[in-house]
Structure formats: C-alpha cells, structure tokens
Design a protein around this ligand. Structure first.
Ligand code: NAD
Length: 350
C-alpha cells in the first residue's frame, strides 16, 4: 500500500510531527518548508531530503511537491493563509493550535473547509494525554454526576521565547494575548464534558513582573477568563507567560457527585466519588502510557486524523470543534479590554 505523503511547514514544533508521521506505517514526510534557511537545511539533511523537497516559499512547497497532507506548525498569524491555500490546493490539513487570532479569520477557515470538502483537524494534543483519556471514561460513566465547575491553570514561563534580551528582538509570542492561547486550557475540559462555551468574560492583571515591556501584551502578569457553557458549567482559566510559579498545567472538574484534580507537583492527582470512597484517593496522572513515539499524545492524535483522512469523515477536533477551542479565548480578551463585560461567544455550526 502506498503511504500518504506529508509536508510539514514550520520546523520547530514541526519536528515532532516529522517524527510521528515518519514513525507511522501509513505516512511519510516528503517535503518540508521554513523561512529559516539554515534550519531548513539542517532538518533536510537529518532526513536525507533532496533539494526538490525543501522549500523556503510556502507556495512552491504546495505546488511543487506531491502532498496529500499539509501539517501547519508556523506562528499563529500564518495559520489562516496557509490553511486556506492548502485546502484550496486539495490537501488535507492538520494545523497547530490555536486556529487564528480573529473571529473573521475563523469564519474564513470554516468556509474554506465547507467549500473544499477537505479534512481539517486542529492539532490540540493535550486531549490525548493518557490521564485525560482515563478521566474521559470516568466522566462518561456519570460517576461524578453533573459537572458544575472546571478549572485550568496554564502557567508557562517563556520570557526567553518572548524577547531576545541580547538583541532586543521580540517574537510573535510577545504580541499574543495569553488567553488567545486557550486551546490547551479549554480544549481538554470541553472534550471531557462534551460541552461548548457560550459566554466569556476576561480580566487582565498588570505588568508588575516586566513593567519595561508593558507595550507587549505577552508580558502581562496574568490573564484570567471565566466562561459559561451550554450545559451550565462555569470554567475558570488563568494563563501567564511570566509567572514565577514555573511550568504548570492544572485541571480540575467538580461534579455533583465527586471530583478529579490533576497534580500541582509530581504525578499524582486526586479522585473522589461519593458512595464509592470515604476520602479522595491518589490518581496517577501520566501524560504518556508507554515509552517511545507510539506512546506520545501526538501519535494518538495523528491516528484519529488519519482515520478521518482514510474514511473522508470529520475528525474529533474538526473545524467546528477547533473554533470551540479557539473563539472563547478571543472573546475573553475582547471582554478584558472592555473592563470585563460578559460577552456572547459566537458558535459555528456545520
Ligand atoms: N501543541 C503544542 O504543545 C505546541 C507547542 C509549541 C508550539 N505549538 C504551536 O506550534 C506553532 C509553532 O510554534 P513554535 O513553537 O514552533 O514557534 P517558533 O517561533 O519556535 O518556530 C516557528 C518556525 O516557523 C518558521 N516560520 C515562521 N513563519 C513562517 C512562514 N510564514 N512560513 C514558513 N515558516 C515560517 C520559523 O522560521 C520557525 O522555524 C504555533 O502555532 C504554536 O502555537 C504547539
């Protein structure tokens, strides 16, 4: 059986996709693209790719290589244009999160997917964390009762990725509002509960950690959002690029009959189910279920994507679900800029 031919654009995060698609028996990476020529050459060399397989120009990459699938792992401001061009060129698309920075770009992408009939999936890998897949079974069993409250803390201190302090050059992440990067926060919570966000409000804190960079929203101490869902759950999210807390991805879900919490330190969270236990019990929270590429969340994710490509059906994080995981953050930031008013979140439909 011939393999699906994959092209990857954006070769930093894109390296993970090169490894998983090359490890998968049904796919091979046949072309790569990046505007950084040095990086393009070094990645191309490590993969033994020839000159006709390495591209600086995205348009050449699309038109001069025999691709079935385009994987987009460039900074978010390029996602809309690269996604639409790829779909219109007849390619199926796996695009990094989040989808885009404006609701109108999101609309353009939904329209392009509907018009072309190609497969689109957003690469929100956290829902494939091993412990979240286990939580999904528990929540689906109904043992927690109705979920009334859920929370995520996404603290990711990345100051060296916001600015190169030697050259004074700011990266694309410096102008990204922290809550725009919400798919890792709300994606897993909405996936676990099968819910959608309908209202959002946001609050921006100050620039007390980096007052010298207050022109750049990425340096705000924290951005907080509160969301209301269709099923009546309240979700709270805090995001920060500068927190001294260190890297923390924390989820909790409180139901009428119990709760789940991921760890703040180490690998043990907590689970409590009324009627089954007298006190909370430790819950191991590993993100992978085995060593090696096949255990990675990204490997499970591309399996779902490839099933959709093969059967020409909609993948789990299709274009509509991708908007559910993206648009609430855009609206929460709009709310934060307007002093924290509750705003309706537009819902896209298939
Ligand atoms: N899912 C995850 O866990 C995860 C982790 C990191 C990044 N990401 C996502 O991956 C994407 C890329 O992030 P990153 O960390 O690799 O960013 P980065 O800035 O480290 O790397 C981006 C790469 O894309 C290249 N590039 C920039 N503009 C381009 C263009 N127009 N055409 C071709 N190449 C271009 C750059 O030269 C660079 O090599 C973003 O959407 C980000 O949100 C996801």
């Amino acid at each position: 059986m011939s393999k699906w031919k994959v092209g990857v654009v954006g070769l930093q995060r894109g390296r993970v996709f090169i490894d998983v698609f090359n490890a998968h028996p049904k796919t091979e990476v046949v072309a790569i693209c990046d505007i950084n020529e040095e990086l393009l050459e070094s990645v191309g060399k490590s993969l033994n790719l020839g000159d006709g397989q390495k591209f600086i120009s995205f348009d050449d990459f699309l038109t001069k290589s025999p691709l079935d699938i385009v994987v987009i792992a460039t900074p978010i401001e390029f996602h809309t244009e690269q996604t639409i061009k790829s779909l219109e060129a007849g390619k199926d698309v796996l695009c990094e999160q989040t989808v885009a920075y404006t609701v109108s770009d999101c609309e353009r992408i939904v329209e392009a997917v509907k018009k072309t009939g190609r497969v689109y999936m957003m690469a929100e890998n956290y829902i494939y964390f091993h412990y979240l897949r286990e939580w999904k079974n528990i929540i689906d069993s109904g043992k927690l009762g109705k979920i009334v409250y859920a929370e995520n803390e996404y603290l990711n201190p990345i100051v060296p990725l916001l600015v190169d302090e030697k050259t004074g050059k700011f990266s694309w992440r410096a102008t990204r509002a922290p809550i725009w990067y919400c798919a890792h926060s709300i994606g897993p919570l909405l996936h676990l509960t099968g819910d959608r966000i309908v209202k959002a409000m946001g609050i921006l804190s100050d620039f007390q950690s980096f007052p010298q960079y207050k022109e750049y929203i990425g340096f705000v101490d924290a951005e907080i959002a509160i969301f209301q869902t269709q099923k009546g759950t309240i979700i709270k999210v805090i995001t920060s690029n500068v927190s001294p807390r260190g890297h923390l991805i924390y989820y909790s879900l409180y139901g009428t009959n119990g709760y789940l919490e991921s760890p703040r330190k180490g690998e043990e969270g907590l689970m409590f189910i009324k009627g089954e236990m007298n006190a909370p019990i430790p819950f191991p929270c590993k993100t992978v279920d085995r060593e090696g590429i096949e255990g990675l969340p990204e490997f499970y994710m591309i399996e779902d994507f490839l099933k959709a490509v093969e059967s020409r059906s909609r993948p789990p994080i299709d274009v509509i679900r991708a908007m559910d995981f993206t648009v609430p953050g855009l609206i929460a930031h709009e709310s934060a800029l307007s002093g924290g008013k509750w705003l309706d979140v537009p819902l896209f439909e298939w």
